[in-house]
Design a protein around this ligand. Structure first.
Ligand code: FES
Ligand code: FES
Length: 290
C-alpha cells in the first residue's frame, strides 16, 4: 500500500510543522508516493508512520493551546476568544509553550557556556585613578563610569544620559577626554584616569575650577565636573595643534569662540551656562573674552 502526500507540501502545512517543532527531515514533503525519504526508504509504510508522527505532534501541540485559551477570560467573564477564533496572542502563547519543550531548545541550552559565580566571570583590572593605583575584580561589562562611581566611590563624575549624549561623565584617560559611560573599564587596564577629584581639591583648586567660579560657569552644577574635565583637555588639544571641525587653518589652531564652542559641544548644560564656560576657558588660556 502506498500513501500520497501531494496535498501536504503546501507552505502552510510546512509552517505548521515548523511551528510545532517537527524537524525538517521528518516533514512529509511529497512529490509523489515514491519520493525518497531521509532514511532511504520509499513511500509506503514509512511514510504512513511519519504522517502519524506529525499528526501526533500537531495534536499534542494543539492541546497546549487549551490552557492559554481558557486563561484568556476577560473581566466580564466572557472568553476573549474561542477555539475557532484563534488570536495572534493565543497562537504566540501556544508557540512559546511548544518552544519551551522543544528538543532543539534543549540542545541550545545544553550548548550554552557554563555559568560561574552566579553567571558572572570576573576579570582583574588595574587602573591608576587620580595618581592612585587600584586593583579591581570587575564584571567585564562594567563601564568605566560605573567603576568610578560604584566601585571607587568617586561620585564627582556624573551619570546623565548613560548613552554618550550629554558629556556629564567626561573624564581624562591617558590625557584624552572621553565619555566614561561609553567605555568598559576592562578596555583601560593599565591606563591612568583623571576625574574631577584628581584635578583639584577644595583647598587647592585647579585653575579651571577657579575660573568656573569666577565666571559663574555653572548653576545647578550637575554638568560641571564633565565640563571642567572637558575644558582642561580642550586647551591641551588646542595647544597640541589638534584640529576640530571648526578649524579654518590647520596650521594655526586658534582659541576662537567658534573653536571652543565646537569642541565643547559634546558637553550639554541644561542651565545654559555656555557663555560663562567659554569665558572661563579663555581666562585659563590667558586670553580675554571675545
Ligand atoms: S552620561 Fe555619559 S554622555 Fe551622558
Ligand atoms: S550647570 Fe546645570 S546643567 Fe550645567
Amino acid at each position: 500500500m502506498k500513501f500520497s502526500f501531494v496535498g501536504l507540501k503546501t507552505p502552510s502545512f510546512q509552517c505548521i510543522m515548523s511551528m510545532f517543532g517537527v524537524p525538517m527531515w521528518q516533514r512529509p514533503i511529497a512529490r509523489g508516493a515514491n519520493r525518497p525519504l531521509a532514511n532511504g526508504k520509499k513511500g509506503g509504510l514509512a511514510d504512513a508512520v511519519l504522517l502519524l508522527s506529525c499528526a501526533h505532534k500537531f495534536l499534542a501541540a494543539a492541546g497546549s493551546f487549551a490552557p492559554a485559551l481558557r486563561s484568556d477570560i476577560n473581566q466580564q467573564g466572557r472568553p476573549a476568544m474561542s477555539s475557532d477564533q484563534l488570536t495572534r496572542r493565543g497562537l504566540l502563547q501556544g508557540s512559546a509553550a511548544i518552544a519551551a519543550a522543544s528538543p532543539v531548545m534543549a540542545q541550545a541550552a545544553a550548548a550554552a557556556p557554563p555559568k560561574r559565580n552566579g553567571g558572572t566571570a570576573m576579570m582583574p583590572v588595574e587602573l591608576t585613578v587620580n595618581g592612585r593605583e587600584v586593583h579591581l575584580q570587575l564584571d567585564p561589562r562594567t563601564s568605566l563610569l560605573d567603576t568610578l562611581r560604584e566601585h571607587l566611590h568617586l561620585t564627582g563624575t556624573k551619570k546623565g544620559c548613560d548613552h554618550g549624549q550629554c558629556g556629564a561623565c567626561t573624564v581624562i584617560v591617558e590625557g584624552r577626554r572621553i565619555n566614561s559611560c561609553l567605555t568598559l573599564a576592562v578596555m583601560h587596564d593599565g591606563e591612568s584616569v583623571t576625574t574631577i577629584e584628581g584635578l583639584g581639591t577644595p583647598d587647592k583648586l585647579h585653575p579651571m575650577q577657579k575660573a568656573f567660579i569666577v565666571h559663574d560657569g555653572y548653576q545647578c552644577g550637575y554638568c560641571t565636573p564633565g565640563q571642567i574635565c572637558s575644558a582642561v583637555a580642550v586647551l591641551d588639544e588646542i595647544k597640541a595643534g589638534i584640529p576640530s571641525h571648526a578649524t579654518a587653518d590647520l596650521d594655526d589652531v586658534s582659541l576662537s569662540d567658534v573653536e571652543l564652542r565646537e569642541r565643547m559641544s559634546g558637553n550639554i548644560c541644561r542651565c545654559a551656562a555656555y557663555p560663562n564656560i567659554i569665558a572661563a576657558m579663555r581666562d585659563v588660556a590667558g586670553e580675554k573674552a571675545a
